[in-house]
Design a protein around this ligand. Structure first.
Ligand code: SIN
Ligand code: FE2
Length: 213
């Protein structure tokens, strides 16, 4: 019993008001989550989206769910059709939705029902600069972010871009949830190291669940 309590206190860390790093929360399901990615990617493939000024996002992405986040020459927004295929994004697997709901509840946000899941793929050296998730209409719902494969460093900043971020190492199966007073916190990703992960080889994947509409 004492051992279990120790393990639990180590695995869940409060990183801010309404923000938790749930260490290993998705470990038991990680393999099943990963097995969905090629199936979803057969409908909406990974791609490097364009930015407003013609740049290329370093992180490769696609979405599943009723709506999906995109970036192009017109800026950032959500839309229900994949611009690459002209078809709806693939449906969100039940396992994804269920995991997101359970992780949100474990962090104090009961009843989270995501309508969008952004699937991100990083290779060694890929960085995601500090940003806020602000294209969603619903800012009451939390963000649930699942790390799979190679480890990375999560940059956890403040309410201002200039706030110096804390650095939290994220490993395979870790889940970060942020909502309430932390919902608009600046965050990013750094430090994906070259590696050969037993489940994902040279990649880090991240599933970001949101209530967008
Ligand atoms: C994101 O902020 O959209 C992704 C975060 C991550 O990859 O851990
Ligand atoms: Fe984000």
């Amino acid at each position: 019993m004492q051992h279990d309590m120790f393990a639990e206190s180590r695995s869940a860390v409060r990183i801010g008001p309404g923000a938790m790093l749930l260490g290993g929360f998705a470990s038991a399901e990680a393999r099943a989550l990963l097995a969905q990615i090629p199936k979803l990617g057969a409908v909406s493939p990974f791609r490097h989206m364009t930015t407003r000024n013609g740049g290329r996002l370093a992180v490769a992405m696609f979405n599943c769910g009723e709506t999906g986040w995109i970036s192009d020459r017109r800026g950032y927004r959500y839309q229900s059709l994949d611009p690459e295929t002209g078809n709806p994004w693939p449906a969100m697997p039940d396992l994804f939705r269920s995991l997101a709901g359970r992780a949100a509840a474990a962090a104090g946000f009961a009843g989270f029902s995501p309508d969008a899941c952004l699937v991100n793929r990083y290779d060694a050296g890929t960085r995601l600069s500090l940003h806020q998730d602000m294209d969603e209409q619903d800012h009451d719902a939390p963000i649930v972010s699942v790390s799979l494969g190679l480890s990375a460093t999560f940059l956890w900043g403040g309410a201002l871009r200039a706030d110096r971020p804390e650095r939290h190492r994220l490993h395979h199966g870790d889940v970060v949830v942020w909502g309430g007073p932390s919902r608009m916190t600046f965050h990013g990703v750094d430090g994906v190291e070259r590696g050969d992960h037993p489940e994902t080889g040279p990649w880090r994947y991240n599933l970001t669940f949101r209530r967008a509409q």
